[in-house]
Write a protein that binds this ligand. Structure first.
Ligand SMILES: Nc1ncnc2c1ncn2[C@@H]1O[C@H](COP(=O)(O)OP(=O)(O)OP(=O)(O)O)[C@@H](O)[C@H]1O
Length: 784
């Protein structure tokens, strides 16, 4: 049979063979006396808390940080259990496993007769009052509102909340209940947190360092109250503290070290057994013994045998069951075995046997409870809390509402407008003057009215006259070389050269094309050198250059009383089927930009709100009090939907009314799609917040998804220009089909019945569903 050292490493009896035969014999003799107590499932269920062979580690397989190492713990009903141990020994981890917020790697936990987290166990739930180590309160609430919030969560009515809060306020000497939590001192906040845990008079009170920052007098009154509520046997208290001596009033003390308990005993018994004058000395002695145990198990036993008398470990539950022994009990000296004693003692002399508690079966859930996704009183509290946290922070609320509309404003004023004042270098060898807008007979037809002979002169001047209407910053250069030099230095976007015989060559080319030579053809064209570095500008300039030529020829045809398009290129662009005659980038990008703004602001806001709650411990506390992930998400949705409605209306007004973006379709459906996209962003925010542990990783995730989604959504560049594989990825992203659907509605005027429109709605709804499911599952299963 293996023995265990106190660090959990297995030592066989052979390991101690080096010791003297008498020591080994002594060890064997003593072991024969070690008997396991009766410990059955039934008996465990009768304890307030029963932990068996708990093993918990953090970190990777390669580099594990073992926190609980075969730990056993028994908390009888109606007892005050002081959980002591050095900082970082794993008290909080153990408590969070007990309240069902973390999972053991192996081992069993029973809390109030059930497994934490199992249906009908009531844990997490109002049967537990949990005060975490962090303050875990809403700074924007007053003390009174904090009580109302936690009271509602626990299912209390307003009258009970009022009575209980007044009692708590006077017991804990809390300041004016109308004071905001954020303005309280650290100690005052802690007391409010304590009051919130106690308010609903739970069966099991779990307090993680409630007396930190509390003065000795108040600390005493807190302990008096704990003793008082546990006296009737209805309330069980587990309390961790660093003030070891205050746990003298506990019924049982668990001294934790190295992932297990050094002892689990009543304080008076501990002091007596270890012949110490204080609990601190007991802890020290046991720690020394445990350290020595690392070196040699046999010597510990010798020391223990020499120095202390080892009594029985009382376990009230053990007598309650007649079932056969199964061989493990609450640990003592980290040994996982107990010492049999005929004289069974109670845990503490003052310990009062528990009153009858409702059997776990009595708390069975109805089918309605099982399928009901949210509880009304939880939703009431959560929605109220979320709304208050926005309304109490007017600056933040204004920022949230004005941010999207200001972004839309900046988009509309900054994007899509025609670039003006681009420097264009003009070299006009047809003129000997530095005047760019040179003279020509604007209203005189250059065709002889009798002979119909063309006498085109100074066509460069005519052309530049029309070109100047589109681009005004024309700069004169005497030679092409000088103009090119300026272009190379970035002083000109285009170099435009007219040959000395430009008009003449143009005429020959038009009228005597049978005899024109290459030189003439060449001289009849405007020579263009363009700065192609900026594609948008290049496209616009090419269009201006070509269209100015057509403007000039059409005008000339007009004054010569010829069909206007006679001299123009024989391609005619009719009124567009959809959209504007002159395409406008603002119109093209508008739908994508509107949806992107709404989507990503929703991501940022919801993930930010949830992460803040989690980092302040509020989320954890809410979950322990029985609130579900679904309720948290739905309550956020309810409040954010109102905010999003305002955001959507303002953004659409800014785009379609203030900046007159094209709007030819069903504006109601446009609004619905925008809201749905914001909704989708909110649910993605939930995924980010549940997936990421820190603000930083959440920011990286949100940013990391932002750029690819924007680039692939077709809002900057048509998806038809992408590689086929990328196009497929693009289509399944949340913003792609919705952008296309939005554009089809506002520019093409299509209705919801059109496949290109309703597909955007369908894809968005699917994404909402996927995000919600993922975040609910993550909240449910992502425990430490
Ligand atoms: N989520 C986590 N991931 C990795 N390690 C963790 C995590 N939470 C806690 N730990 C580590 O587990 C150990 C036990 O932490 P825990 O908070 O349970 O200790 P504690 O006894 O409550 O300490 P204290 O008395 O200072 O509050 C510590 O070393 C801590 O760094």
């Amino acid at each position: 049979m293996p023995a265990y050292d106190n660090e959990g490493a297995t030592i066989s009896l052979e390991d101690v063979r080096a010791d003297t035969p008498s020591t080994i014999q002594e060890l064997r003799d003593r072991r024969r006396e070690f008997k396991t107590q009766k410990s059955t499932v039934a008996s465990r269920r009768e304890q307030a808390v029963c932990v068996r062979n708990a093993f918990k580690k953090y970190g990777s397989k390669k580099n594990p940080n073992i926190i609980l190492d075969g730990l056993n713990m028994t908390v009888p009903k109606g007892a005050i259990y002081g959980l002591l141990g050095a900082s970082g020994c794993g008290k909080t981890t153990l408590l969070s496993c007990i309240v069902g917020r973390r999972r053991l790697n192996s081992g069993d936990i029973w809390v109030l007769g059930g497994r934490p987290g199992s249906p009908g166990s009531g844990v997490p739930g109002p049967r537990i009052g949990y005060m975490p180590q962090e303050i875990a309160l809403f700074g924007e609430f007053t003390i009174r509102e904090t009580m109302i919030y936690f009271g509602w969560i626990a299912g209390m009515n307003n009258e009970d909340i009022k009575v209980r809060s007044e009692f708590m306020i006077s017991l804990l000497q809390l300041p004016d209940p109308e004071r905001f939590v954020k303005n309280l001192s650290g100690g005052q906040m802690r007391r409010v947190s304590f009051a919130a845990a106690l308010l609903h008079d739970p069966e099991l009170l779990i307090l993680d360092e409630p007396t930190v920052g509390v003065d000795p007098v108040l600390r005493q009154s807190i302990w008096d109250h704990l003793v008082n509520i546990s006296n009737g046997g209805r309330t069980t208290v587990i309390i961790t503290t660093h003030y070891i001596d205050e746990t003298k009033q506990a019924n049982v003390i668990g001294l934790m070290r190295g992932g297990r308990f050094l002892a689990e005993e009543s304080p008076t018994e501990l002091i007596r057994r270890y012949q110490a004058d204080s609990l601190e000395s007991v802890f020290l002695k046991l720690s020394v013994l445990q350290n020595r145990g690392k070196r040699r198990r046999s010597s510990i036993l010798a020391d223990v045998v020499d120095k202390v008398e080892i009594p029985a470990m009382a376990n009230p539950a053990a007598t309650a069951s007649e079932e056969p022994e199964i061989g493990e009990i609450s640990g003592e000296f980290g040994d996982n075995v107990s010492i049999h004693s005929k004289s069974r003692v109670t845990v503490t002399p003052e310990y009062v046997p528990p009153v009858e508690m409702p059997a776990v079966e009595a708390q069975k859930q109805s089918i309605f409870d099982k399928i009901r996704p949210v509880k009304a009183h939880h939703m009431k509290a959560l929605v109220w809390k979320n709304a208050m946290s926005l309304l109490r922070n007017i600056g933040l609320l204004c920022f949230i509402i004005l941010l999207p509309v200001s972004q839309m404003f900046f988009f509309c004023v900054a994007i899509g407008h025609y670039p003006e004042e681009l420097p264009i270098a003009i070299v006009n060898y047809e003129q000997n003057s530095s005047k760019i807008l040179c003279d020509y007979d604007k209203e005189i037809c250059p065709q002889n009215k009798e002979t119909y002979e063309w006498e085109i002169t100074n066509f460069s001047c005519r052309y530049l006259d029309f070109f100047h209407k589109r681009q005004t910053n024309l700069v004169y250069y005497p030679t092409t070389e000088e103009a090119m030099e300026a272009a190379r230095k970035g002083k000109a976007r285009v170099v435009m050269t007219f040959a000395a015989n430009y008009s003449e060559s143009l005429q020959d080319r038009m009228l005597d094309n049978r005899h024109v030579d290459d030189y003439t053809v060449n001289a009849s064209g405007i020579q263009i050198h363009i700065d192609n570095a900026d594609k948008q500008i290049e496209w616009m300039l090419v269009r201006d250059i070509s269209e100015s030529f057509m403007d000039a020829t059409e005008h000339m045809a007009g004054i010569c009383e010829l069909p206007r398009r006679l001299l123009s290129i024989p391609v005619h662009f009719h009124k567009p089927v959809f959209g504007l005659k002159v395409p406008n980038l603002t119109d093209f990008a508008g739908p994508g930009v509107i949806l992107t703004i709404i989507y990503f602001l929703a991501v940022a806001l919801t993930s930010g709100a949830l992460l803040a709650e989690r980092n302040e411990g509020i989320l954890e506390r809410s979950l322990v009090s029985g609130i579900t992930g679904t309720e948290i998400l739905f309550s956020q949705l309810v409040v954010q939907i109102v905010v999003m409605l305002v955001q959507t209306i303002m953004v659409l007004l800014m785009g379609f009314v203030a900046f007159d973006l094209s709007q030819n379709g069903p504006i109601g459906w446009v609004g619905v799609l925008t809201m749905l996209t914001g909704f989708c962003g909110m649910t993605f925010g939930f995924v980010v917040a549940t997936l990421c542990d820190t603000d930083r990783t959440a920011t990286y995730m949100a940013l990391g998804s932002f750029l690819p989604m924007v680039m692939l959504s077709g809002c900057i560049w048509p998806i038809e220009g992408m590689h086929a594989t990328l196009r497929f990825i693009s289509y399944i992203l949340p913003l792609t089909t919705s952008t296309e659907s939005f554009r089809s509605m506002v520019q093409r005027g299509w209705g919801i019945e059109t496949p290109q429109v309703y597909i955007g709605f369908i894809v968005t709804v699917i994404w909402i569903f996927l995000h919600l499911t993922t975040s609910i599952l993550l909240l449910k299963f992502k425990k430490g």
